[in-house]
Design a protein around this ligand. Structure first.
Ligand SMILES: [Zn+2]
Length: 166
């Protein structure tokens, strides 16, 4: 059975009430008065904000100060900041909400559910007896892939033969 997902806070957003700014996360960073500021922590590389349209209590967004859209363009320093902040967010959410689990991830590209170009990490605390994972991620679909074939493809892709190996 598919559970209904109702996110009342998202209604106005979907209807087009989204603030008219070039990039909502850059606006949050710059303290633009047109956007609600829900930043909970920041340093010179990274900001952490509550999601204005949360799927669950404690749904946080982590994003780099620099407007960056391609994950592969993160600098080494930005990757370290991402790692450090992810750990800290989990630690803080554990203390605050004591969730039973988390979904952590990036939606890369519109078909994957990204509605904001500025790269951002979702951290969604999960609790017993709520809607299913796929419902929460919204727009995602389960694709059944032959695991053996997928494993072969991925092994080839990730591990080209080293010198001396056949
Ligand atoms: Zn931006």
């Amino acid at each position: 059975m598919r559970h209904p997902l109702f996110v009342p806070a998202k209604r106005d957003y979907v209807r087009g009430a989204r603030p008219r700014v070039d990039c909502i996360l850059c606006s949050v960073r710059d303290r633009d008065a047109k956007v609600a500021r829900l930043v909970v922590a920041e340093d010179r590389n990274f900001l952490v904000s509550l999601n204005l349209f949360p799927y669950n209590p404690g749904h946080l967004l982590g994003f780099h100060r620099r407007h960056i859209e391609d994950f592969l363009h993160l600098t080494a320093r930005e990757v370290r900041a991402l790692d450090r902040w992810t750990r800290r967010i989990l630690d803080d959410l554990d203390a605050e909400y004591e969730p039973a689990g988390y979904n952590i991830g990036f939606n890369l590209g519109r078909p994957a559910g990204a509605s904001i170009g500025h790269l951002h990490l979702h951290i969604v605390p999960r609790f017993p007896n709520e809607v299913g994972f796929i419902d929460v991620i919204g727009g995602a679909r389960v694709h059944v892939d032959d695991p053996a074939a997928a494993a072969r493809r991925l092994r080839k892709r990730f591990a080209p033969p080293r010198t001396g190996e056949r």
